[in-house]
Ligand binder design. Structure first.
Ligand code: ZN
Length: 103
């Protein structure tokens, strides 16, 4: 597996957590009549946990697999995710490992 693919998989996982959490929150807002019921409270807690996990993971747990430094920058994620590698960055900004190398 390429390093780029590894980072993309983590990125997709944490963004999915964010989106699923957001979707559950929408169900709570528009679909649940009584927000203080057990269902309403559970949906609120679950969506909060998912959104928080997604955010924390996005900013903290996406690291370079070689030097373990956090990227922590949305713009660099976007350029890393370029699958063609033409527009995206090609090396880790910290240790210089090529993202198209095998893990
Ligand atoms: Zn690195």
């Amino acid at each position: 597996m390429k390093i780029r693919t590894y980072i993309q998989k983590r990125l997709i996982f944490f963004i999915s957590l964010l989106l699923i959490g957001g979707a559950i929150y929408q169900v709570l807002i528009f679909g649940v009549e009584n927000k203080n019921s057990l269902l309403g409270t559970s949906l609120g807690v679950i969506s909060g946990i998912l959104v928080l996990s997604g955010l924390v993971g996005y900013f903290i747990f996406i690291k370079c697999p070689k030097c373990h430094k956090r990227f922590g920058n949305i713009l660099s994620y976007m350029s890393i995710t370029s699958t063609t590698g033409e527009r995206g960055i090609k090396h880790c900004p910290f240790c210089g490992v090529n993202f198209d190398e095998q893990l």
